[in-house]
Design a protein around this ligand. Structure first.
Ligand code: FAD
Length: 248
């Protein structure tokens, strides 16, 4: 089975986010970038499927040279080869269009995306990609089994789960549940060494245009300071909850 895992290169969840002077772009200075967590579940699932069915696992990111460390980490975890679509994307439709142009005719049986990226949180790329490729799409995937050219999937839905059948080739948007956190693979020394020599192809873009442009970003207002009230002064606590917080 030929599997492609689309990887979004995102700031670590603990990173302190700053924007450039005009507030229109993320300032990457001092930010640690990682594989989008949803994509890490997808990559692990892809490696498990390869171990069961044979085949190959390719990882792909649309980004500038700074994303190569993230791709090398995916190679160290176990992917066979990597592709970097060379450029700086500015919106989700542009990402989906460039990914689709690369995927078209390349013979992938399964294209695994994350449900959403934890930076721009668009949740657009996987569905747009499936539409551009005219392939079936299953989002919020928490389980996947493949038999021959058929896939059996489990989706998370509001208050429950849905079992879905689809045929390959297929695009999915995955999340935790595809594999459990305990199954995620930490690159070992051998993996890190072999990742250095695995193929990482840098491919030119087709020139897909972005449909939107970020004008400015703003952080949420800082939270108010915690107010400590003496445990013996319950009347004061009730007064503040009533008059200031207005919750009782
Ligand atoms: C250096 C750099 C600078 C960027 N600057 C901007 C910017 O200023 N504005 C902006 O909107 N975006 C920017 N991006 C792109 C951004 O990271 C996202 O790729 C894009 O905006 C789509 O985000 P989304 O939240 O809609 O993705 P979602 O649809 O939420 O992502 C879902 C899934 O789609 C796949 N996917 C998403 N993005 C990519 C990708 N780039 N390559 C491969 N697979 C992907 C992953 O599987 C991901 O889990 C930048 C990226 C890089 C590398």
């Amino acid at each position: 089975m030929k599997i492609l895992v689309c990887i979004s290169h995102v700031p670590d969840t603990t990173a302190k986010i700053q924007f450039t002077a005009n507030g229109a772009a993320l300032d990457p200075a001092g930010v640690q970038f990682v594989i989008n967590p949803y994509d890490e579940f997808g990559l692990t699932k892809a490696l498990q499927l390869k171990e069961t069915h044979g085949g190959s696992v390719t990882v792909i990111t649309y980004g500038d040279a700074s994303v190569e460390a993230t791709l090398r980490k995916a190679l160290a975890i176990g992917a066979d080869d990597a592709v970097r679509l060379d450029g700086v994307p500015t919106d989700a439709l542009q990402v989906a269009s460039e990914l689709a142009a690369h995927i078209q005719g390349a013979g992938y049986d399964l294209i695994i995306c994350g449900q959403e990226s934890i930076d721009y949180n668009g949740g657009i790329v996987p569905g747009a990609l499936a539409a551009l490729l005219d392939l079936p799409f299953v989002n919020a995937c928490i389980g996947l089994d493949v038999t021959g050219s058929s896939a059996n999937l489990l989706r998370e839905i509001d208050g429950g789960k849905e079992e879905v059948a689809a045929s390959l080739p297929l695009v999915i948007g995955g999340k935790k549940g595809l594999v459990e956190e305990s199954e995620l693979r930490i690159p070992n020394m051998r993996g890190i060494m072999t990742a250095r020599t695995k193929p990482l192809a840098v491919t030119a873009l087709t020139g897909a245009a972005a449909a939107t442009a970020a004008v400015s970003f703003a952080k949420p207002a800082p939270k108010a300071a915690v107010q400590l009230i003496d445990p013996s002064n319950l009347d004061e606590l009730v007064r503040r909850l009533h008059e200031e917080a207005k919750v009782i």
